[in-house]
Design a protein around this ligand. Structure first.
Ligand SMILES: Cc1cc2nc3c(=O)[nH]c(=O)nc-3n(C[C@H](O)[C@H](O)[C@H](O)COP(=O)(O)OP(=O)(O)OC[C@H]3O[C@@H](n4cnc5c(N)ncnc54)[C@H](O)[C@@H]3O)c2cc1C
Length: 461
C-alpha cells in the first residue's frame, strides 16, 4: 500500500480479516484529513486532531505493518517498490500493489508562485499559512507606514472552489470576530480578504443556485470576491492579475493562499511509462474500469491519482476505490484457495495477466462547503441545501469521518470555542513558521517594522 491517505488507509482497514500481510508505506507518519486543513491554518484545530498517527490507528490490525518512506521507484516487471528515508534506501517485493499517493498543488506551470503563495495540501502547508496569517497581523501592529500596513492586512485566496471559499470565510471571521479587541494600533476588522478566481463563478461544481448563495454570504461576511481574474504573477508583496479583457492590475498583499488546481502524484507518470497507460493534463493515470493498470491486474491505483469516468478528486472516490480494491484482492484469494488456476498466470500470486475484475462503481454521496460559522452549502442527490441546515450536515459528516473517538471529542470542543464563542484554541506560531520560507525577507529593504510607539501613544509597558 503506497500512501496513508483516504485510499491507502481504507484499503488497509478493509483487508483486516483477510489472509494477507499488508505493508503500508507513506512519507508521513499520519493519516491526514485534508478537508479540515483550513481550520488548522486559521487556528481552530490542532494538527493532531486532523492528522492522527497511522501506526496508532492500525495498532490492533495484526496483519498490517506501517513504514515511513518516500517511494521513489516502482518496478512493475520486478514487482518491487523502492523507498527512501533520509539517506537510507529500501526495496520491497509485492504480490499486489495499491498506489494511492494522492495529488499536490498545481501552479499551472508557475511553480515559483509556491514560494510566495503556499498551497494547502499538508500539515506543513497549514502551519506555514497559520504563521503567515497571524504573523501579518503581528507585523501590521508594528509598522508605521500606511501602505505597508495595508499590504500586510490584505489577504488573498486564489481559487474559489470549496477550499478557497472555506479559507477566505475563515480569515474573514478571524479578522472580524476573533481578533477584533486584541490589537491597539490596528483594527483587524479593517483587513481586506479577497477571493480570486479566473472562472466566472464561485463554487462552480455546486451549480448556479448554490454558487450565488455562497457569493452573497461571502460578501455579507466581508470577503471581496473577484471573478474572471487570472493570476499572472506572484511575488513577496503582491499579485498581478489579468481580467477577461486582458487588462492587468496589481493587488498589494503579503499573505497569499493558493487553493487552485491539483497535480497528481508523479508516481502516476512513473507507472504510465512502464505500462503504456495514458496520463491526463493533471497527471492522473487512465486506469482500467476495475482500477488496475493495463497488463498488471495486481496493481491498483486509487483516489486523486486516477482518471476514470470524470470521477472528481474527492475523499469518497479514494475511500470507495480502496474498498473495491480490497474486495477484489479478497476474491482472488478465495479463488486461489478454492484451487481455481487461470490458464495464463503471472509469476507471484496466480492472477491471470489479462484478468479484468468487476468495474468500480462510484456512489456519489454529495458535496458540501462551509462559508462561515453556521453557514454552508450542500449538494446531495437532488437536494440543494444552504445555511444552517447544510452547516449542521457538514458538521455531522466531518465528525463521522474524523478518525478516533478522542479526536472527535476535542474537535467538537474546539468548534464550540470558535463557532459558539469567538476564540481560536490553536494560535501558537513559532518563530520559524512566521518567517517560513523567509517570506518576509521578500518585503524588501524599505520594510521597517518598529517597536517604538507612535507619537501620542504610551510606550509598551
Ligand atoms: C484543502 C483540501 C480540502 C479538501 N476538502 C475536501 C472535502 O471537503 N471533501 C472531499 O471529499 N474531499 C476533499 N478534498 C480532497 C480529498 O482530500 C482527496 O480527494 C483525498 O485525500 C484523496 O485521497 P488519496 O488517498 O487519493 O490521497 P491522499 O489522501 O492525499 O493521500 C496520499 C498519501 O500518499 C502519501 N504519499 C504521496 N506521495 C508519496 C510517495 N512518493 N511515497 C510515499 N507516500 C507518498 C501521502 O503522504 C499520503 O499519505 C480536499 C483536499 C484538500 C487538499
Amino acid at each position: 500500500m503506497i500512501g496513508s491517505g483516504f485510499g491507502g488507509l481504507f484499503t488497509t482497514q478493509a483487508l483486516k480479516h483477510a489472509e494477507v500481510d499488508v505493508t503500508m508505506i507513506a512519507r508521513t507518519n499520519h493519516h491526514l484529513f485534508q478537508p479540515l486543513l483550513y481550520q488548522v491554518a486559521t487556528g481552530i484545530l490542532s494538527e493532531g486532531e486532523i492528522a492522527p498517527s497511522t501506526r496508532e490507528i492500525l495498532r490492533r490490525q495484526g496483519n498490517a505493518r506501517v513504514l515511513l518512506g518516500e517511494v521513489t521507484d516502482i518496478d512493475l516487471t520486478a514487482r518491487t517498490v523502492t523507498s527512501k528515508v533520509l539517506d537510507q534506501t529500501g526495496v520491497m517485493k509485492y504480490d499486489s500493489l495499491v498506489v494511492a499517493a494522492g495529488s499536490g498543488q498545481s501552479y499551472f506551470g508557475n511553480d515559483h508562485f509556491a514560494y510566495f503563495a503556499p498551497g494547502m495540501k499538508s500539515i506543513d502547508d497549514a502551519l506555514e499559512l497559520r504563521g503567515r496569517i497571524f504573523g501579518c497581523f503581528e507585523l501590521a501592529e508594528l509598522v508605521e507606514d500606511d501602505a505597508q500596513r495595508a499590504r500586510l492586512m490584505t489577504f488573498v485566496v486564489v481559487g474559489a472552489g470549496p477550499t478557497g471559499v472555506e479559507m477566505a470565510g475563515q480569515i474573514a471571521e478571524l479578522a472580524h470576530r476573533t481578533l477584533r479587541h486584541e490589537f491597539r494600533r490596528i483594527d483587524p476588522r479593517s483587513a481586506t480578504v479577497i477571493l480570486l478566481d479566473a472562472a466566472p463563478a464561485v463554487l462552480g461544481s455546486f451549480g448556479d443556485r448554490l454558487g450565488a448563495k455562497a457569493l452573497a454570504k461571502l460578501s455579507r461576511i466581508g470577503v471581496e470576491v473577484q471573478l474572471g481574474a487570472k493570476v499572472v504573477g506572484v511575488d513577496g508583496t503582491g499579485l498581478d492579475v489579468e481580467d477577461a479583457q486582458g487588462q492587468r492590475r496589481r493587488i498589494e498583499s503579503v499573505c497569499k493562499v493558493w487553493a487552485a488546481g491539483v497535480q497528481a502524484s508523479a508516481l502516476g507518470a512513473l507507472l504510465a511509462r512502464q505500462c503504456g497507460a495514458e496520463l491526463d493534463r493533471a497527471g492522473r493515470i487512465r486506469v482500467r474500469p476495475d482500477l488496475t493498470l493495463p497488463g498488471h491486474p495486481e496493481v491498483f491505483v486509487l483516489g486523486d491519482m486516477i482518471a476514470l469516468d470524470d470521477l472528481p478528486g474527492v475523499a469518497q472516490v479514494a475511500v470507495q476505490g480502496g474498498r473495491h480494491a480490497a474486495r477484489e484482492i479478497r476474491a482472488r484469494l478465495a479463488e486461489k484457495s478454492a484451487g481455481a488456476r487461470p490458464a495464463e498466470t503471472s509469476a507471484v500470486d496466480g492472477v491471470a495477466a489479462d484478468r479484468v475484475g468487476p468495474a468500480f462503481e462510484y456512489h456519489d454521496k454529495g458535496s458540501m462547503a462551509t462559508i462561515s460559522r453556521f453557514s454552508a452549502v450542500a449538494s446531495v442527490g437532488r437536494l440543494r441545501l444552504s445555511g444552517l441546515t447544510a452547516w449542521l450536515m457538514w458538521l455531522a459528516v466531518h465528525l463521522i469521518y474524523l478518525i478516533g473517538f478522542k479526536h472527535r471529542v476535542t474537535t467538537l470542543l474546539h468548534w464550540a470555542v470558535s463557532f459558539v464563542g469567538r476564540g481560536r484554541s490553536e494560535r501558537t506560531v513559532t518563530h520559524q513558521q512566521i518567517f517560513a520560507r523567509q517570506a518576509f525577507d521578500q518585503l524588501g529593504d524599505e520594510f521597517s517594522p518598529t517597536l517604538s510607539p507612535r507619537p501620542g501613544q504610551d510606550p509598551p509597558s
